[in-house]
Write a protein that binds this ligand. Structure first.
Ligand SMILES: Cc1ncc(COP(=O)(O)O)c(C/N=C/c2cc(O)cc(-c3ccccn3)n2)c1O
Length: 526
């Protein structure tokens, strides 16, 4: 298999050595549709069926000819690519198409959605973190202004002898204190506590095994400890919740409940009232958890999450970066389970496999217009990438959404083949998860295998990578494990997957299952 040429290595040394150690150390030379190619030792071009497709970024496959031809036309036309701070109507063109799709696919979908563009999925998530904080700060400002007005009203009433100050659990008054002294002691303590609370950053909610990116704020929302723990001091914390545990969600929200203190005059007496403080900034949710083994949310979980956000008053942020853009047979995966968000993120396939695009969408009822000029990035919504995004959306929506129907049909066909293998190997395969062309096969734990090589590979957490190496080596099919769910292997091809591809995939999976059943651990060693 080809590997990086000899000579000094200045990039990916660790990564390339590790890839070779598990049998994935290949350099691809060409890519088209669902096929990658590499040149072997004999100089022959070897085709490889690609089930990774850019971690789900290629709904229309590698170097889609229509998208490439469109890109060439755009470049030949010398379209202005970088013209920041000018009228760029393509941004609104994209936003208008997305708005129409969201109105169609969101349950009870109403209202407009404003768009802010980015270069990557993680940046789109960071944009949502920032906008949610803008919203939270506005809520806090409104609360503190009201509390300040009430304090002045109490001062006026007590000063005019129209009110006395009630005993309260926050301040033990000196017996000799007059009413005004008591009030000032109370307002000082309330002010201290309120200042401490309003200075705190938000807590975010996310689901267990969530993946929302690896930038500073987004990595806090990605539970994988290897990727997150070294950086938790850099940004707000996240409370990870189990999706199908409504009782736990309610308990967590209750634990996070905290209050500002408000001095109110009522019938001649100043009392202290607790006012709910918006500590929770947002709830981030993937409708299908990619890095957790392509697990879809249930409708019940979707309803519970919506209810939690409505009760807390925080935005529900539906992260469709992996599951969106038609991959599950609808534009939004969240439309399958009736999950209605306040913000949405999209990326991956909106880049058409040749550009970098990402977008965050905000329901108009929540969108803060000033944010438009608060977040920017040199390359976001550039003229070239935007033209690709529009082309991809046009292809997805063509023929009344034919691409979605193909994704659903191909996904059902592929899932049927994977499920048939799972049924024949119940001792080796735990389950097949996912919707449409966002699928994964979960293998049983092999940490207590009779085969020592197999036991060791499983114990290292790399079993999925060794399985991928074997499938590549012996079947010329590219698969990869799914994030931290080390025993799961992902299948997220383009809609051009053929029946022959599916048959090849089933055959390769049967081979792997036989190896695992027969405990031939050495076969997994490259
Ligand atoms: C829901 C969701 N939200 C934000 C992001 C971040 O988007 P970007 O990668 O564009 O920054 C992703 C992108 N997904 C990347 C991903 C998804 C996945 O399942 C595994 C790996 C991955 C990457 C490297 C090594 C191992 N696994 N990467 C995503 O799926």
């Amino acid at each position: 298999m080809s590997s990086p040429a000899g000579g000094p290595v200045f990039a990916d040394r660790v990564l390339n050595d590790w890839l070779s150690s598990v049998g994935l150390g290949i350099e691809y030379s060409r890519a088209e549709a669902n096929t990658l190619y590499y040149v072997d030792e004999d100089g022959q071009e070897v085709p490889v069926l690609d089930h990774v497709c850019g971690f789900g970024s290629l709904i229309f496959g590698h170097n889609n000819p229509d998208i490439v031809a469109h890109a060439k036309t755009v470049l030949d036309r010398q379209v202005p690519v970088y013209v920041q701070l000018s009228h760029q109507s393509h941004a609104n063109d994209i936003a208008a198409v997305l708005h129409a799709i969201l109105r169609r696919e969101i349950p009870g979908g109403d209202g407009d959605y404003a768009a802010i563009f980015a270069n990557s999925g993680a940046e789109a998530v960071e944009i949502c973190v920032k906008h949610a904080e803008l919203e939270r700060r506005a809520r806090i400002a409104k609360l503190t202004e009201e509390i300040a007005r009430n304090a002045e009203e109490a001062r006026g009433a007590v000063g005019a002898g129209r009110a006395t100050v009630a005993e309260n659990p926050y301040v033990q008054f000196d017996r000799a204190s007059g009413e005004s002294d008591k009030l000032e002691q109370l307002l000082a303590e309330a002010g201290r506590r309120n200042a401490e609370l309003t200075a705190r950053g938000p807590v975010h909610l996310a689901l267990e095994n969530a993946f929302h990116g690896k930038l500073v704020a987004s990595v806090q929302l990605t539970q994988n400890p290897h990727w997150r723990l070294p950086f938790t001091s850099l940004a707000s914390s996240t409370r990870f919740l189990r999706a199908n545990r409504p009782d736990e969600m309610k308990a967590a929200v209750e634990e996070l409940r905290t209050s500002l203190l408000d001095a109110l005059v009522d019938d001649g007496v100043v009392t202290v009232v607790e006012r709910d403080f918006p500590l929770v900034g947002a709830f981030f949710v993937e409708p299908v958890q990619g890095a957790n083994g392509m697990r879809p949310l249930t409708e019940a979980a979707a309803r519970e999450i919506r209810a939690v956000c409505d009760a807390v008053g925080c935005p529900l942020i539906v992260d469709e970066i992996h599951s969106g853009m038609g991959r599950t047979g609808a534009f939004l995966a969240s439309s399958h389970m009736g999950l209605r968000g306040d913000y949405y993120t999209l990326a991956k396939s909106i880049g058409g496999g040749i550009a970098k695009n990402a977008v965050a969408l905000f329901h108009r009822d929540r969108f803060r217009p000033e944010f438009e000029v608060m977040h920017s990035s040199t390359f976001a919504k550039d003229g070239f990438s935007a033209s690709i995004a529009l082309k991809v959306l046009e292809m997805l929506e063509a023929d009344d959404g034919r691409a979605y129907r193909i994704a659903a049909e191909r996904g059902d066909r592929l899932k049927g083949a994977l499920t048939a293998v799972a049924a024949d190997f119940p001792d080796v395969v735990d389950a097949v998860h996912g919707i449409g062309l966002m699928l994964a096969v979960e293998f049983k734990d092999q940490t207590r295998a009779s085969s020592e090589p197999l036991r060791e590979k499983a114990a290292s957490g790399m079993l999925g990578y060794f399985i991928a190496g074997l499938i590549l080596r012996e079947h010329h099919i590219r698969v990869l494990p799914v994030g931290p769910a080390g025993n799961s292997v992902r299948f997220e091809p383009s809609i051009y997957l053929t029946d022959a591809d599916i048959a090849r995939t089933e055959n390769a999976l049967r081979d792997v299952c036989t190896i695992l059943r027969d405990q031939e651990g050495d076969r997994l060693t490259p």
